[in-house]
Design a protein around this ligand. Structure first.
Ligand code: ZN
Length: 655
């Protein structure tokens, strides 16, 4: 076992995990030794004879668990992006063990007693100490022995259910794929796409992880659209029962911890703080959003000549967009070649704002041949960190797009960040990878998270980079989307992949005009998912749900968001964010963060847009702080005042 690569720090640049040495059989022993070592370190801290100080208690905890951290960072990254039967087995086994492990630390009474006695005058230490206290109390440190025993059981079962939920879902993506025998049924898709779907003489269109499958905008056969839609909303039906069970257990756990429901428990340590604050905000949005969607539905029905069903929406929205704005989303694709979007768009915007530069390091490897590694430098040439990009969809990759961190920045360890972006772009059978406008947007969005990780300049790992409240974390990434259509940036990257011609200005103008259309749909599908999440997590302890689908319908109706042509972006059975993604009672975060985002976009525009000075200000006050200060304080330091909801309402056409 001496050769297990997780047992020692990586010797690669930036401590990039040595992916070419890591084998599946290394994970379990590394988890086991990692947990054992971590527990021994914690026991030593808890049992120390020395009087508790910040350094020998809180900082010592920050320094502990290094093998486990290294192992988990790699394992969960690979489990999400490049899984296998063996990895899924390991995941099933270690998830509840890791939950038990976390409980063994946070429910350690001697340790908790020590933490309570620590004092410090240093503001950064004081903030971290407060985080530790919150973490421990929220984990049940103050509960009685029998209560803690029940809590341990609840946590373990929840962790098992959540793994099961996500594994069911990954299987359903292929198991519930639309299969057609005759390519004619796929009429509307372009030929290259149809070719890439061919498997043994049939055509297999896999599901993406949200309700509204992109192909619905193109498929001309209404019945095929209906079948695709029904496969999408009906996938992984076994997950309904898991969801009910999870919501019930979460309600019981919230009660144990002294909260009326899981939502109250979750928001207490978020920037929102209370259920009422979230509901007040959502309440301002629901009515206007539904009215917008109703007006859009009328326009679509007029175009179609019949009432719109959910599987018709995108198809006719595309037609109306073309008729009304003379805009064809597909006409943009030839101008969005992946490599160019990344180098001359995503990276270039960061260079102009922050002075950072990028150099690809083909000598450094990820866990799959498609993963690319870039070294990132500050303006003065000093090394900042590594950025890994895994752009393509694979059958063994989770749906969606996300950022994750392989090595977190901290001055404590003198470590620089190694961060990753995962996208789910279909790899073409041949030729260049051409993106949709949405995919370009996603690339900028995820890179906004990456910058939050790369610019982190904090002492402690617990508050490094994107370790901020969930209802704050989407804010910097959303801000980064503003550069997608920023004229200098767009002109730089949006060039025809064959001719090199810049995207015609009129196409951009039309895009901007057309973007105002379909906002009702987008806001309603998002709000419906948010309110569904909310309903599941406002269950009272002991409240029974006999029929999950009926519960869904009731919840949407009660929230005033039930509008059948626009179903929720996620239904319960595939709502990964809330049942297996750490966003339970947290899906509101996207629109909550968007308030700050819309404010910040205004600030950039008021101050001259894409300039180094503006980038530096945003980086200094916000991106570099991680979670080491009160996030709303960093927002105020950046913006110069409190946030108002008006810019958001304006942007979404809700005023
Ligand atoms: Zn995001």
């Amino acid at each position: 076992m001496a050769e297990n690569p997780f047992f020692a720090p990586s010797s690669l640049p930036y401590r990039l995990p040595p992916f070419d040495e890591i084998r599946e059989e290394h994970y379990l022993p590394a988890f086991e030794r990692g947990m054992a070592e971590h527990l021994a370190e914690v026991e030593a801290i808890a049992g120390s004879d020395e009087p508790p100080t910040f350094d020998n208690t809180v900082a010592a905890l920050e320094r502990s668990g290094r093998i486990l951290d290294r192992t988990a960072a790699v394992f969960f990254s690979v489990a999400a992006s490049n899984t296998s039967d063996a990895i899924m087995e390991i995941e099933k086994r270690v998830s509840p063990e890791l939950t038990r492990h976390a409980d063994a630390i946070r429910l350690n009474r001697a340790l908790w007693a020590r933490i309570k006695r620590v004092t410090t005058d240093d503001p950064e230490e004081a903030w971290l100490l407060e985080k530790y206290r919150e973490d421990f109390i929220r984990a049940g440190a103050d509960l009685s022995e029998p209560e803690q025993e029940r809590l341990r059981q609840l946590n373990e079962e929840l962790s098992r259910l959540s793994t099961e939920f996500s594994q069911n879902l990954l299987k359903a993506t292929t198991d519930s794929a639309l299969v057609v025998e005759d390519a004619k049924e796929l009429d509307g898709l372009d030929e290259a796409t149809i070719r890439s779907l061919e498997q043994d003489g049939r055509y297999v269109l896999p599901l993406l992880n949200f309700t509204n499958q992109p192909a619905l905008a193109q498929l001309t056969d209404r019945d095929v659209r209906r079948r695709l839609f029904e496969l999408s909303v009906g996938r992984a039906p076994a997950n309904f029962a898991l969801a009910v069970r999870m919501a019930t257990l979460r309600a019981e756990r919230a009660a144990l911890l002294g909260f009326p429901n899981h939502a109250s428990y979750v928001v207490a340590d978020q920037t929102a703080k209370t259920v009422e604050a979230v509901e007040e905000m959502l309440g301002q949005l629901v009515g206007p959003a539904v009215r917008n969607a109703e007006a859009e539905a009328e326009a679509l029905a007029e175009q179609a000549g019949f009432p719109i069903e959910p599987w018709d929406w995108s198809f006719y929205a595309e037609k109306v967009r073309r008729a009304r704005y003379d805009f064809d989303a597909d006409a943009m694709r030839p101008y969005f070649e992946l490599d160019r979007v990344i180098r001359d768009g995503v990276f270039e915007a960061a260079t102009r704002l922050y002075g950072v530069t990028f150099a690809e390091r083909p000598d450094l490897k990820g866990y799959h041949e498609d993963v690319r590694v870039f070294e990132v430098f500050d303006e003065d040439g000093s090394a900042l960190g590594l950025f890994l990009l895994d752009p393509y969809a694979r059958p063994n990759k989770r749906g969606g797009a996300w950022m994750n961190s392989l090595v977190g920045q901290s001055f404590l360890f003198g470590e620089k960040p190694v961060v990753m972006n995962n996208l789910n772009i279909t790899k073409p059978a041949e030729g260049p990878t051409l993106l949709s406008y949405d995919e370009v947007n996603t690339a900028f969005h995820e890179f906004g998270h990456a910058l939050h990780g790369l610019f982190s300049a904090v002492r402690f790992p617990r508050v490094s980079g994107t370790k901020v409240p969930r209802d704050f974390v989407e804010y910097p990434s959303q801000v980064n989307e503003m550069w997608v259509t920023w004229p200098e940036i767009l002109a730089n990257y949006a060039r025809h992949h064959e001719t090199g011609e810049p995207m015609p200005a009129e196409l951009v103008e039309k895009l901007k005009a057309a973007e105002k259309f379909n906002q009702g749909f987008k806001t309603v599908e998002y709000l419906a998912a948010t309110l569904l999440d909310w309903a599941w997590h406002k269950l009272e302890p002991g409240q029974e749900v006999a029929d999950a689908e009926a519960f869904e319908q009731e919840a949407l109706k009660a929230a005033g968001i039930a509008f059948p042509p626009v179903p929720p972006r996620y239904r319960t059975n595939y709502f990964m964010h809330i049942f297996a993604g750490g966003y339970s009672a947290g899906y509101y975060s996207y629109i909550w963060s968007e308030v700050l985002d819309a404010e910040s976009v205004e600030w950039f525009k008021e101050n001259g847009g894409l300039t180094r000075a503006n980038g530096d200000h945003f980086r200094r006050e916000l991106l570099s702080r991680g979670g080491s200060v009160d996030p709303l304080e960093s927002f105020r330091a950046f913006r110069g005042r409190e946030a108002s909801i008006r810019p958001l309402l304006e942007r979404r056409g809700l005023l």
